[in-house]
Design a protein around this ligand. Structure first.
Ligand code: ADP
Ligand code: MG
Ligand code: ZN
Length: 474
């Protein structure tokens, strides 16, 4: 029998905010343990939480970017459990009235586009971080109370690679929206992977197995690939699968059982009595909606259509939004946007890397790159000189035309002047000239090189080639 996989992902993303979700402590990674803490995030008795407006705004924005509804009523619930990294003995989350519901993400997969439906993106809070030493364990509460968005898909993904591409697309959207830095190294994105398999043709879903707390997308791909094969193997051998939670061992490359459904906690959810429901007004929602930007995939397609860029170039500009913005200004009205893209991706980026700067530091106007391309295409300078002009533009911020003028770099296209250079080259190199007359085509390149050298790179190379041929009588 043939089987197919069904995957649903629950992705936890730390929001980029200045302070934590319910208190004024800094939301900051890497500080000394237990320095960003206060009575609120330590769960001391008698304190009251105050919601972080920026987190609420970024949650709504995320919902809009994921094509979700943002209902006018959302509330907070306590999820009760005891664990050393959970100082309050409950986690604030949104059980039945989440901040955003029912959206979708379109993403590229293989040759086409796939859509995964989003069930909800709800706001909760992160917990502390335990570290285990040889003879004791420590817990750092700096992370406790950091706003955490949980983005839950419907079980629409059909394989490990597809799950991987969805995660990349989601990350790109969140980064675009400035919602989260999505820094995997800092644990800002963590993922629970729900996987089942079923015989092809069966509509009912199979028993769900959840792999908890994955912190890399490639890990998700490996774990899902392994788990799908494992489940199919169990069924093929006549075994049965039970709902359970498993752990991925990346070093060994296997999943292993952590707990089955029978051990599931009863979290005794109840509405938080200290927090008012969040009831966003129309005006507030309109304000958030005004900051919704073009999604990465839409931008990629627009760049390809408007500027005739190949997909790989468009991806570079989508991956680095600031560079993309820069390119769009530079290419605006340019006759050859692809040439402009090359200058931005190659020369400009190389210079930025070399100087450790960003596009915001570039001294010349973005439109100057279009002008530089225009000078090359109009025959005023050749592409070798253009490289030098670019370096000077980068250093001084002057326009390419001004630099060409000032340094006398204009391409020599005057046939009289070029003829003189050509005659000199032929006189000085009788051997190669003779070779060419005798039919050795490559000898022309040598003579051409001599002319370019004599003109300090300014000669129009095409004209030089033709003149040499004429003089040598071919
Ligand atoms: P729970 O209440 O156990 O957290 P949910 O129904 O909320 O389960 O689903 C959690 C995640 O698991 C969602 O991303 C959902 O799409 C996915 N999911 C649910 N059932 C299945 C299944 N049978 N196979 C794969 N994924 C599933
Ligand atoms: Mg779950
Ligand atoms: Zn605090």
């Amino acid at each position: 029998m043939e089987y197919e996989a069904v995957i649903g992902l629950e992705t936890h993303v730390q929001l980029r905010t200045r302070t934590k979700m319910w208190c004024g402590c800094a939301n900051e990674y890497g500080a000394e343990a237990n320095t960003n803490v206060c009575p609120v995030c330590l769960g001391l008795p008698g304190v009251l939480p105050v919601p972080n407006a920026e987190a609420l705004r970024k949650t709504a924005l995320t919902g809009m970017l994921l094509n979700c509804d943002v209902p006018s009523y959302a509330k907070w619930d306590r999820k009760n459990y005891f664990y050393p990294d959970n100082p309050k003995n409950y986690q604030l989350t949104q059980l039945d009235f989440p901040s955003t519901i029912e959206g979708f993400v379109d993403f590229e997969f293989g040759e086409g586009t796939e859509r995964v439906r989003i069930n909800r993106a709800h706001l909760e809070e992160d917990v502390g971080k335990s570290t285990h030493f040889a003879d004791h364990s420590g817990v750092d509460f700096n992370r406790a109370g950091v706003p955490l968005l949980e983005i839950v898909t419907e079980p629409d993904l059909t394989g490990a690679d597809m799950a991987y591409e969805y995660l990349n697309a989601l990350k790109a959207i969140l980064e675009y929206g400035g919602v989260s830095d999505c820094d995997m190294e800092k644990g800002q994105v963590r993922c629970d992977v729900n996987i089942s398999v079923r015989p092809i043709g069966q509509t009912e879903l199979g028993e769900k197995i959840e792999i908890k707390n994955m912190n890399s997308f490639s890990g998700v791909r490996r774990a899902a690939g392994y788990e799908i094969e494992r489940q199919i193997g169990v069924l093929r051998e006549g075994g049965t699968l039970v709902q359970e939670t498993r752990r991925w061992d990346d070093a060994v490359g296997i999943t292993e059982s952590m707990r089955t459904k029978e051990d599931a906690h009863d979290y005794r959810y109840f509405p938080d009595p200290d927090l008012m429901p969040h009831t966003p007004s129309e005006e507030w929602l309109a304000e958030v909606r005004a900051s919704v930007m073009e999604l990465p995939l839409a931008r990629k397609r627009r760049l390809m259509a408007d500027f005739q860029l190949p997909a790989s170039d468009a991806e570079v500009f989508v991956g680095d939004a600031a560079l993309g913005d820069y390119f769009e200004v530079a290419a605006n009205g340019a006759k050859n946007p692809k040439a402009v893209a090359n200058w931005v991706m190659n020369n400009l980026q190389a210079k930025l890397v070399e100087t450790g700067g960003s596009v915001a530091d570039v001294k010349f106007e973005a439109s100057a790159i279009g002008e530089l391309v225009g000078l090359i295409e109009g025959g005023q300078i050749n592409s070798k000189i253009a490289q030098d002009v670019f370096v000077k533009m980068f250093e001084s911020g002057k326009s390419p035309a001004a630099i060409v003028e000032e340094k006398g770099l204009s391409q020599v296209s005057d046939s009289g002047e070029l003829e003189a250079f050509c005659n000199e080259a032929i006189e000085a190199n009788p051997g190669p000239a003779e070779d060419f007359r005798n039919g050795k085509e490559t000898a022309l390149n040598f003579l051409k090189g001599q002319v370019m050298k004599a003109s300090r790179g300014k000669a129009n190379p095409q004209m030089v080639g033709e003149l040499l041929k004429n003089i040598l009588g071919s």
